[in-house]
Design a protein around this ligand. Structure first.
Ligand code: ZN
Length: 330
């Protein structure tokens, strides 16, 4: 494609998106009804306001992949999937088809908690879908729910960005992409094995991997994204055994200190200016869960950290994760 037709093509994509946004049902947030939404969930196909966008983002990109209508670059596929859904009315006709009596939608001024409760029920738990479409187990950790949203998304994993002049929203300094690689020698919680999955929490955000059936040495290689607020603490990691008939059992936990990663990344600035090299270290000590010192490297212009964790408060089990730091103002 010539540069000119490339530009023309990009312009027509932007145009289609803008036309869709101007459609009357898309002039209001699909979740709270606030006027003039400037954000969208590209995989779900709804236009949403800044406040609801914050909640969507906290669900993780496997549930909702948020993009700014004005600030982000959209791929053709993303625009196609928005136009296929056809806007907020048709999306809500599906996702709110069976809104039970007594459940009311949040309004533009609803609290974060109210918004969170509704948006999770609507998209993550899919509680208001036509009963035949609902996920049978009703558990958020079920892998069937994940796959219904995510197949397309994992291929096009992309950095969600935050509006720099965002009002009334937590200011994020960047994102940590956590690749949950594998577990080794995990604890047995059922008769002979366990169905493990990993939950990561940072601030108010929680993301989780899929469930691995009967596997004490699971290989996930799943990437999960967390936004890092200015006053960040450690990432809390927990492993659970998925149990269909009772509450899920804990299979150990660990904390990941992300301070060394962020400090060394900031000290070096733009990693693309440097060749592959070690830039920092998180040291193993008696009060952290590290199996060995964890090295922070620049690898092909990215700031990466390999971490081996010995799970705590459990009889056995280790977990390998890899972090990538992505500052927001790049
Ligand atoms: Zn909203």
């Amino acid at each position: 494609m010539s540069r000119f037709s490339e530009l023309k093509h990009a312009a027509s994509g932007k145009r289609r998106l803008k036309d869709l946004l101007l459609q009357s049902d898309n002039r209001f947030c699909a979740d709270c009804g606030a006027p003039d939404p400037k954000w969208a969930s590209a995989n779900i196909g709804v236009f949403i306001c800044l406040k609801c966008c914050g909640v969507h983002r906290s669900l993780g990109t496997h549930i909702s992949k948020v993009l700014s209508v004005t600030l982000d670059e959209w791929s053709d596929d993303e625009i196609d999937s928005m136009t296929e859904v056809g806007g907020n009315s048709s999306a809500n006709a599906i996702y709110e088809a069976f809104l039970p009596e007594g459940v009311s939608k949040p309004g533009p001024d609803s609290s974060h908690e109210e918004r969170m409760r509704f948006i999770r029920s609507k998209y993550e738990l899919q509680e208001f879908l036509k009963p035949s479409l609902r996920i049978t187990s009703g558990k958020t950790s079920s892998s069937s729910l994940k796959s219904s949203f995510s197949t397309k998304l994992f291929d096009s994993f992309r950095i969600p960005s935050v509006s720099k002049n965002s009002e009334g929203m937590v200011e994020f300094i960047g994102l940590v992409k956590v690749k949950v690689k594998k577990g080794t020698n995990l604890a047995i919680r059922d008769m002979l094995s366990s169905d493990p999955y990993v939950v990561l929490t940072l601030g108010k955000q929680t993301v989780q991997t899929t469930v691995m059936k009967s596997n004490l040495n699971p290989v996930w290689n799943e990437e999960l994204m967390l936004s890092v607020p200015q006053d960040f603490g450690p990432i809390k990691l927990s492993v659970f055994d998925h149990d269909t008939f009772s509450a899920d059992d804990i299979m150990g936990e660990a904390e990941i200190d992300i301070q060394p990663l962020i400090t060394s990344a900031m000290a070096f600035g733009d990693p693309e200016m440097f060749g592959n090299m070690q830039i920092g270290k998180w040291l193993k000590s008696h009060d952290n869960a590290l199996v060995v010192d964890s090295i922070i490297n620049i690898v092909d212009g990215k700031v990466m950290q390999e971490i081996s964790l010995k799970l705590q408060n459990v009889e056995c089990g280790e977990l390998e994760v890899e972090l990538e730091w992505m500052p927001l103002d790049q």
